[in-house]
Design a protein around this ligand. Structure first.
Ligand SMILES: Nc1ncnc2c1ncn2[C@@H]1O[C@H](COP(=O)(O)OP(=O)(O)O)[C@@H](O)[C@H]1O
Ligand SMILES: [Mg+2]
Length: 251
């Protein structure tokens, strides 16, 4: 059974159709690439899956259950977590504190009562979880640094750490490689693979074709809100429609 099934999803903003009857399915354990030119509807698709928008029509089935139109916190509790295209780190908090915030999204304890020490057991569990995640993501030595002090690669790794703290089953990553140099890209590819190997299914929106083609077993291509093609990296690279709409111009 697919982990996630997108069924004929349409999303309209007033007169603009950002997604037009898009269907695809994501299998457990894969890294799925979701690609296409700017404005194709990739981020809109993520926002529909994560509950920030409700589809105008169509359905979103996660683990066999419809989640379309649910609130973001209810979807996050079920294990779907999105890392944002925009940087959403708390710049003035430390690396450790940023991930602690992620922990409390899942455990539903009151962050502030926890920080004030009202709930010692849960606080300690959360702190252990934070250290485990930071260790896993190679950030433990930077735990006392402010988010604002981190280089780009570590900022992105921190954004993923925050998501991992809430123990996702499905991680939606929106352009995690944007602006990275080749060395940062290489390290982020390694981290992404490591996250997959830990049992997290990933959908990756990304323009960096080296990263997408290197990480994803299967790609879904959107163009002007419509499904343009699906296939292996090899098939997509050689697909005339994709080359014309996207790859030809991009690279
Ligand atoms: N909240 C919104 N209100 C109106 N139009 C939107 C909104 N969000 C996205 N759009 C439009 O929907 C289309 C798809 O946008 P988006 O999903 O951000 O594309 P992508 O992420 O593939 O670049 C674009 O034309 C964009 O301007
Ligand atoms: Mg986008």
């Amino acid at each position: 059974m697919a982990l996630l099934e997108i069924k004929q999803v349409t999303k309209q903003f007033g007169g603009l159709t950002a997604l037009n009857q898009v269907s695809f399915a994501v299998e457990p354990g894969e890294i799925r690439g979701l690609i296409g030119p700017n404005g194709a509807g990739k981020s809109t698709m993520f926002k529909n899956i994560a509950g920030f928008y409700a589809p105008t029509r169509g359905d979103i089935i996660y683990q066999g259950e419809s989640v379309a139109g649910r609130k973001p916190h209810s979807i996050a509790e079920k294990g779907i977590v999105r890392t944002f295209q925009e940087t959403t780190l708390f710049q003035e908090l430390s690396v450790f504190e940023n991930v602690l915030v992620g922990c409390h999204i899942k455990s539903r304890t009151n962050l502030f009562s926890a920080i004030l020490g009202f709930d010692r057991d849960k606080q300690q569990q959360a702190e252990e979880k934070v250290l485990e995640v930071l260790e896993f993501m190679g950030l433990v030595d930077r735990r006392h640094q402010l988010a604002s002090e981190l280089p780009l690669g570590s900022q992105r790794a921190l954004a993923i750490s925050i998501a991992l703290a809430s123990e996702p089953k499905l991680l939606l990553m929106d352009e995690p490689f944007a602006g990275m140099n080749p060395e940062e890209t290489r390290q982020m590819m390694e981290l992404t693979r490591k996250v997959q190997e830990s049992g997290v299914t990933i959908v990756l929106v990304e323009h960096d074709m080296k990263a997408v083609m290197g990480l994803c077993g299967y790609l879904t291509v959107l163009n002007f809100g419509q499904l343009l093609a699906e296939g292996t990296p090899e098939e997509i690279r050689n697909n005339d429609k994709v080359i014309e709409a996207y790859l030809g111009g991009a690279k």
